[in-house]
Structures are given as structure tokens and as C-alpha cells.
Design a protein around this ligand. Structure first.
Ligand SMILES: [Zn+2]
Length: 406
């Protein structure tokens, strides 16, 4: 019933903790986690692993486990058993169920359903990620995207590197958001693999640029479209708030109307409702500063909607000219930033690098936080990012074990 490979059941006892199944190992060499095998053992002791519940009763597997003097590792290590990962106190099946759930539900649900602590969930996720993450993921990197994501209510940051050629799967994550974090990534990648990078997409800040300039000077740098569009949205929002505040402070009776222009201004043009369109028409009729700000924002978005990417240079220069003279402070500032990054903005269009997948990453991390996984350490958050955005597939034990005939 338990379908444990490499062992048979020697005894079943009922203890106050639950059912304890004692296993007898099949005879064979002892295997070090590194793969080295030996008949000789250093010492032995009994160990217990928590297994999946039998109905409402907790179930534990118990077996003798040996330590061996591994000649390849050069030290005494605990041997590997088929039903559990190295060093784990839960069986492989139990850990896989935890991770399958962690990809889908909040942490409290798991602790209640499986009767384990928050810390145990975090440790299992970290252990499984370390065990299942594919080391070859760094071998075939050509076009990558780098971004910072916030966790713990935006007070802490992790730097995330994603592979554009594998649907934006996260290949690396590290704590912090300064140039040293990204340099650590390039160092881990090594000179040869870093030298093969063709393009790196990043934000408009200086930190990632500095790291890339020093470690991967041959790679073309480009600015993610979504960063520029986000800045344009922020500029529009800042302008709107200023206008609204001016009306409110003057005690204008229509101040609330200005407050509610927000969605009409920020929403995608093609998705506007009739009421929202009416708001825009009203703004145009009044030749409001907000209407011009909205046009400027759409002008940025048009850059990425051009039918012929070859027109991008012309469009961007036209927009820069317009924005620099628009006398709306937030957009004058944006024009300055965009001008400083002109080549990198155009490179993104030339290379066709769209970071829609990376853009989704920030909201995925927000969700991870929201589900209660982001409260402890950066290591725990990073493990969850790998688990949920790193292309790791966790198989449920029920999907793996062939069903019993009959
Ligand atoms: Zn070894």
C-alpha cells in the first residue's frame, strides 16, 4: 500500500504519535548522496520520517540508516535512502505534496491540512528546490532579463534573472538590489558562459547597468518596455493627483469628479468603457493639462505598438521633443530619463525583447508574499520564487505511482 521502493515492511506499531511502519531495507551497497557506493559502514542508527497521513492518523516510516566513510567526499556522511531526500525528516512523497500545495495555496492552509509548522513548510520548500533545480539551466543562456522585486511589504528586495528564451523562467535570484548582487550572478555564471550572452534587458537604474558594463561588456543592453510604460503611468498619475489636489484645496464642487478620472486615464485605450471615454472627451473639451498628459502617456505606449519597428527611432525622438517642452513637470523629468536611456530603449525594440513575462514576475512575488511565504528570510522567498517561477514541476505521489491492479 505504501509502495516504498527498496524496502519491505517488517512491523507496524501503533504509538500515541500515530502509526509507525518499520522498514527492512533490501540488502545492497550503501550509497552516498554523491553517488559513491560501499559495503562498509561507519555506524548505524534508527531514523523516523513523517509520511503522508493514513486517513486521519499520522504515519511514520522507521528504518535503520547508516553513516559511511565516503572516499569521494572525504568525510563521514549519512547514506541515501530511496524514500527520502538527503537530510530530510519527511519522506519524498510528503515533501512533494507540500511543494505541490505551496505552488497553489497559502501557507496556513498547508500547515493546517498536513499538521506541520510554518518553519517545516519553509524548510521543505528550500530542500526540494535545492534537490530538483536543474543545474544546466545556466548553460544555455543568451538573452536574459534582470529585475528587482520587492517582498516583505516592499522593504526588502531580491534581484531576479530570467531567461527570455524560456518564457521568462527564473534562472537565478539573489538578495538585494545593488550592483554587487548581479555581479555575484555573473561570477557564478563564469567568464565563458557570461561571454556568450547576447542581450541583457534591465531597468533604467544604474546598479544593474554598472554590473553588466563590468562583467558582460559584449552583451547589448536594453531597457524593458514595461519599465518605460510604468514610468509614463507614474508621471500621469502624479499629474492627476496634483490637479485633483488643486481643485480640492480650492474647495471646487467638482473635485470628486477629478479624483475619479484615474481609471479612464490609466486604462488601455482599447479597453475603455463608454463612461471612461466620456471622461476623456470632457478632459479634451476643457483642454485640461490631464488630457495632454494622457496623450503623452499614450505616446510612450505607441512606441511599442508601431507597425514597423524601424520607425521607432523617429517616433522616440519626436516624443522626446514634445515631452521636453510640454511644461508638465512629471513628463519633463521622464523625458530626461528617457533621453539618457535612448539607445537602450531602442535596442529593446530592435532585439524584439518584450518582458511581459518578467513584468508578471513582480505580481507573482506579491502573491507569494500575500500567501504568507515572504515573512521569514530572503532564502525562503528565493526558494519560493524558484518553485513558482523557475519552471519546476512537482509531481504528486498519486501521479507517479502506478495504480494497484484490481
Ligand atoms: Zn560522497
Amino acid at each position: 500500500m505504501l509502495a516504498i521502493a527498496g524496502a519491505s515492511v517488517a512491523a507496524v506499531t501503533f504509538s500515541p504519535d500515530g502509526v509507525v511502519v518499520t522498514l527492512r531495507r533490501r540488502r545492497g551497497k550503501h550509497r552516498c548522496p554523491c553517488g559513491w557506493k560501499t559495503w562498509a559502514l561507519y555506524d548505524r542508527h534508527m531514523r523516523r520520517w513523517r509520511h503522508l497521513d493514513l486517513g486521519a492518523t499520522r504515519c511514520f516510516l522507521e528504518a535503520e540508516i547508516c553513516r559511511i566513510d565516503c572516499r569521494r567526499c572525504g568525510r563521514v556522511r549519512t547514506e541515501e535512502v530511496p524514500w527520502a531526500r538527503t537530510g530530510a525528516r519527511h519522506t519524498r512523497d510528503f515533501q512533494d505534496v507540500v511543494c505541490w500545495l505551496a505552488q497553489r495555496v497559502d501557507k496556513t492552509t498547508i500547515t493546517k491540512l498536513l499538521r506541520i509548522s510554518w518553519e517545516a513548510v519553509a524548510k521543505i520548500v528550500t530542500d526540494v528546490v535545492t534537490d530538483t533545480i536543474d543545474d544546466r539551466r545556466l548553460d544555455e543562456l543568451f538573452r536574459i532579463g534582470v529585475d528587482e522585486v520587492a517582498y516583505r511589504k516592499g522593504h526588502r528586495y531580491v534581484t531576479v534573472v530570467a531567461d527570455h528564451d524560456r518564457q521568462g523562467a527564473v534562472v537565478w535570484a539573489g538578495e538585494g538590489k545593488d550592483h554587487r548582487v548581479l555581479e555575484t550572478f555573473y561570477d557564478e555564471l563564469g567568464e565563458e558562459r557570461t561571454g556568450r550572452l547576447i542581450a541583457v534587458s534591465l531597468d533604467m537604474g544604474g546598479a544593474y547597468k554598472l554590473a553588466t558594463d563590468t562583467k558582460a561588456p559584449q552583451a547589448a543592453q536594453c531597457v524593458d518596455p514595461f519599465h518605460l510604460v510604468k514610468l509614463a503611468n507614474d508621471a500621469l498619475e502624479a499629474t492627476r493627483r496634483e490637479v485633483w489636489n488643486a481643485f480640492r484645496n480650492a474647495g471646487h464642487p467638482r473635485a470628486p469628479w477629478w479624483k475619479h478620472t484615474r481609471w479612464a486615464l490609466l486604462k488601455d485605450q482599447s479597453e475603455l468603457t463608454e463612461t471612461q471615454l466620456a471622461v476623456l472627451h470632457e478632459l479634451r473639451r476643457r483642454s485640461s493639462i490631464l488630457y495632454r498628459a494622457w496623450q503623452l502617456k499614450e505616446g510612450v505606449r505607441d512606441l511599442y505598438r508601431l507597425r514597423w519597428p524601424s520607425q521607432a527611432r523617429q517616433h522616440l525622438d519626436w516624443w522626446l521633443c514634445w515631452a521636453q517642452r510640454c511644461r508638465i513637470p512629471a513628463f519633463v523629468k521622464l523625458a530626461k530619463t528617457a533621453k539618457a536611456n535612448r539607445e537602450r530603449i531602442l535596442a529593446a525594440i530592435d532585439l524584439g525583447l518584450s518582458n511581459s513575462k518578467l513584468e508578471g514576475l513582480a505580481s507573482k512575488v506579491r502573491l507569494i508574499n500575500h500567501r504568507g511565504y515572504g515573512h521569514h528570510s530572503a532564502a525562503a522567498v528565493i526558494a519560493m520564487i524558484y518553485l513558482c517561477c523557475g519552471g519546476i514541476t512537482v509531481e504528486l505521489p498519486t501521479e507517479r505511482v502506478p495504480s494497484v491492479p484490481g
